[in-house]
Design a protein around this ligand. Structure first.
Ligand code: MLT
Length: 429
């Protein structure tokens, strides 16, 4: 007999079906709750509420498991490439060589942006945060491709928008950096792979030959893979909600970029680096800052620790920590911030205060160390998170559209004033 949930309200019993996922997660289906009972549920922050059913990413917060389309993140990080993982997330299967070659070739062909996009850069103040520029320019693609705002896009039209977005975000992200630095913008090169092309557009100058370092390309692939999707996090839920109104893929992703920018979300990687720099500037005494973090009267908080869903450890942090050691070792970089980070981690993993609060390093804690090692400035860290998360946002938006999900429109419990009559301004005190 199918499992169900019994609810007794006002002395009356109601039964609601239980749905079970392929990993045996169970949910009470309350689609008919309000119609049958007049009640709604409320769950601030949606900590106990599923917004959708999805076949893209599975994570187990208790066991520290993360899989993209069933493949463990550890295997993908070690054996795959970012574009192969992007194809996997978006289309659901690992591509054949021919499929991957075509996907990569299509993206390469679309890395150029309309010349009018360059003019938009001129409208921003030179100190504009790169995430403000990125979200604006990604949204502007809707203006260049107005046909993308349609509820009836064919598979081919959706695929074209997917390719355009995957291709152009790397150019726009690199140009955001070069524009902020006052450097000449680099046009993409069709002879380079995705990550090499991004590094070329970020760090080359027309005045000298740019040498691609395969060790940095490998580290960048791994970082982007580790950020590629994470089920219904804040920015992905934003992309799905905006997309459920039939907004274009570009507009939906632009909204996701703004959600990711929040310091409580993707902006945390920039906050971690700034925290490590502040500790270094203060003399590097990590025990002093551990004590500050434990002092409830002290506003200092350890950034990059703890997570909403992981209850023991973030599997991505373990991989990134090793990658940080590998990259800095390979490049011969002795970054004092890495030593500070390692001391903080060791303290947090042994100090009962942090252990009982499940405060352990998350994906943001070490990623900035690697970005810094490969020359990416702190303000660009969250842009890098967006670059990595894009295939996940695309996959989730596409799944929502293919499943013909209704427009997202949560209910509320009203706690405001009861009905009252308008008072003219002369009679107000
Ligand atoms: C993410 O990867 O999006 C972050 O870990 C945040 C989250 O999953 O809630």
């Amino acid at each position: 007999m199918a499992e169900s949930a019994e609810l007794i309200l006002d002395g009356k019993s109601y039964s609601f079906p239980v749905t079970e996922g392929t990993e045996h997660e169970k949910a009470i289906d309350i689609a008919k709750l309000r119609d049958q009972t007049g009640y709604i549920t409320i769950d601030s922050g949606y900590k106990n509420t599923g917004a959708t059913k999805s076949a893209i990413t599975f994570l187990d917060g208790e066991e520290g498991i993360l899989r993209y389309r069933g493949y463990p993140i550890e295997q993908l990080a070690e054996q795959s490439s970012f574009l192969e993982v992007a194809y996997l997330l978006i289309y659901g299967t690992l591509p054949t060589q021919a499929e991957l070659d075509n996907f990569s070739h299509q993206i390469t062909k679309h890395t150029l942006v309309h010349e009018d996009v360059r003019k938009i850069f001129d409208g921003f103040p030179s100190a504009a945060h790169p995430m403000a520029i990125l979200s604006s320019l990604i949204c502007s693609l809707t203006a260049f491709y107005p046909e993308s705002v349609s509820p009836d896009l064919s598979k081919e039209e959706i695929d074209l928008n997917v390719i355009r977005l995957m291709a152009k975000i790397s150019t726009i992200a690199a140009w955001t950096y070069k524009n902020n630095m006052g450097h000449p913008l680099n046009y993409p090169r069709n002879d380079l792979d995705y990550c090499s092309n991004f590094l070329y557009m970020m760090f080359s100058f027309p005045t000298e030959k740019y040498e691609i370092d395969s060790r940095i390309v490998s580290a960048l692939n791994k970082l982007l893979i580790l950020h590629a999707d994470h089920e219904q996090n804040c920015s992905t839920s934003t992309v799905r909600l905006v997309g459920s109104a039939n907004a274009s893929l570009y507009g939906s992703v632009s909204a996701g970029i703004n959600a990711l920018w929040g310091p409580l979300h993707g902006g945390a990687n920039q906050e971690v680096l700034e925290m490590l720099q502040a500790i270094q500037k203060d003399g590097g005494d990590t025990s002093k800052f551990i004590a500050k973090a434990k002092d409830k009267n002290d506003p200092f908080r350890l950034m990059g620790f703890g997570h909403r869903v992981y209850k023991n450890f973030d599997p991505r942090a373990k991989i990134i920590k090793k990658a940080a050691d590998d990259v800095l070792g390979a490049l011969g970089i002795n970054d004092p911030l890495l030593k500070i980070a390692q001391e903080l981690e060791q303290a947090a993993l042994t100090d009962e205060y942090f252990v009982e609060r499940k405060l352990y390093p998350n994906v943001d804690f070490y990623s900035g160390i690697i970005y810094r090692a490969i020359g990416i400035p702190t303000e660009m860290f969250t842009v890098m998170f967006a670059l990595g998360r894009l295939p996940g946002w695309i996959a989730q938006w596409k799944e929502m559209r293919e499943n013909k999900e209704p427009i997202g429109r949560p209910r509320q419990v009203y706690t405001g004033e009861l009905e009252r009559d308008y008072v003219s301004i002369e009679q107000r005190s």
